[in-house]
Every structure is written in C-alpha cells, then in structure tokens.
Design a protein. Structure first.
Length: 282
C-alpha cells in the first residue's frame, strides 16, 4: 500500500477496536480493486464520538464504520439517516458529505439478509430472533421489511416487548417458551452472546441441544457470532442435520455498502475474501 496526497481515507471507530477485522477486509478490497484508499482502526473513548467525527470530517475522511459502544450515539449525531438506519435505531456506517453533513446508515440487517440469499435462503416466512439489542433490532427490522413474520425472545421480557413496539411489528415471546415456538419457523437467529463459553448450563452446549430437540427439519439456524465460527448453537444444529449460517458472511456483507460509498466500487463477497478472514488471527 502506498499512501499519497490523493489517497481516500476511511476507518472504523470503536472502543476497543483492536479486535476488528474490518481494516483487514477493506484494505484487501482496496488492493484487489486497485483503489487508492486506506482503512484504519480508530480507537475512540465513550463520550468522545462527536469530537472524533468532526475531526475526521475536517481531515478529509470519506467516512467511517461505527462499532461498539458508539452505534446508538452515532444515530443521534448524524445529519440524516437512511430508512434502514431509522428502523434499526442505530448507525454503523457514516459518509461525510461535501457540504459538511453526515449521512448515517445501518447495514447489519441488510447484510444479514444478503448473506442468507447468498446461501440460497431466498425467503423467510417466520423467524425466531433471540436477543433485543442493536443487532437483534437491525435483523428483526430487515426480516419484517422483507415481508416475514418475526418472533422475538429475550431473557428480559420487557426488552422484547419494547422492541416489538419500536418496530411496530413482531411478537414478543417469553424466554422459556421460545424452543416450543420453533414449530412453523424456517429461521432461528441467535443475536445474543449466549453459548460462547461451551459450558453446560443455561448458556452452554447442552442447553442448545435441548432447545433444538423439537426443531422442524427445514429450520435454518444462524448465529451472528464469528469468533468462534462454529458456536455451540451451530454445533447443536449440525447434529440435527439442520442448515447452519455462521456470522462471517454477515460481517462481509454488511461491509460492502460502506466500501461502495467511500471508494466507489461494490466489492465481491467471495470465497477468497472469506478464506482471508478465516486464516488471519484477531
């Protein structure tokens, strides 16, 4: 990579941001497509987002991605929001416009849908979404806007109910009841951090095996976590012979719109890109 006075700049804001694979992904695409661009990690402490955005815009950056814990704050700081960002209640992609304004988008939900379609899952009639945080909201909104029914289960029932009200759609399901409600669903999405420990118990491998005992054979099971790639939920789904969707495809797909906005090219979400992220450690 050669940096020059005409290099277009973008990056990812987060705290922490050292774990992000976005710089690897975007700089790979810059090299592949011959783009004179660079994408850098930008560690910004909580409470300093407004100052950081103003400085980056003044410094000539094309735009930024925004990750934890800044997505909700970014929603309130941008000049305008896309319909998708408005529905998601968060912003993860910002473009600095020539007039000094900022346009905010949220590509998490649309990236998730794009990954499903890339895997041959073209239409979702009814989905069970686990979680009520930002990622769950973005995914649920995208599924609803695509014409599907959405059930939302969260350990804190009030949060699931609040989410259905915010989305003006969906049905809140009590946490203990969601496995029994899988009948009639063609997609299960885990948008929580549950199951990462691998320990037996409420968030361990044994829990997911039990939950999927009555899952319909046509159910596709997705987990938005990509490290580890094969989560306990996906492992339990595989033992049932169910279709599984890991989180790496969503990571790649959600990045494409930002790259196109900043660098003018829609990059490929292909096997080479996936392989790069798989073999490169955090």
């Amino acid at each position: 990579m050669t940096i020059s006075g005409t290099t277009r700049l973008a990056g990812v804001i987060g705290w922490p941001v050292t774990h992000s694979r976005s710089p690897l992904l975007h700089n790979h695409w810059c090299a592949r497509h011959g783009v004179n661009g660079a994408y850098v990690p930008l560690p910004v402490r909580p409470g300093a987002l407004a100052t950081a955005l103003a400085g980056l815009a003044a410094a000539g950056f094309e735009g930024v991605n925004v990750t934890i814990p800044h997505k909700e704050d970014a929603f309130g700081l941008v000049t305008r929001r896309t319909h998708v960002a408005q529905r998601a209640g968060a912003v993860n992609t910002i473009r600095f416009e020539p007039d000094g304004s900022m346009t905010g988008d949220c590509t998490d939900g649309t990236g998730f849908i794009a990954d499903l379609r890339a895997r041959g899952i073209e239409a979702v009639r009814r989905a069970m979404v686990l979680g009520a945080g930002g990622a769950a909201r973005a995914i649920a909104a995208a599924l609803l806007d695509a014409g599907g029914e959405v059930l939302i289960a969260n350990r804190t029932a009030a949060r699931a109910e609040a989410l259905t009200r915010a989305l003006c759609g969906g049905e809140a399901v009590r946490w203990h009841a969601w496995p029994a409600r899988l009948e009639g669903c063609d997609l299960l999405v885990n948008a929580t951090s549950l199951g990462l420990t691998g320990a037996e118990g409420s968030d361990g491998a044994g829990y997911w095996v039990q939950c999927l005992e009555r899952a319909p054979s046509a159910l596709a099971v997705a987990d938005i976590v990509y490290n580890p790639l094969r989560t306990p939920l996906l492992a339990a789904a595989e033992t049932r012979g169910l279709t599984t969707v890991d989180g790496l495809g969503m990571l790649i797909q959600q990045a494409r719109a930002g790259f196109a906005s900043w660098f003018g090219i829609w990059p490929e979400a292909d096997a080479e890109t996936r392989a790069l992220l798989l073999v490169t450690p955090d």
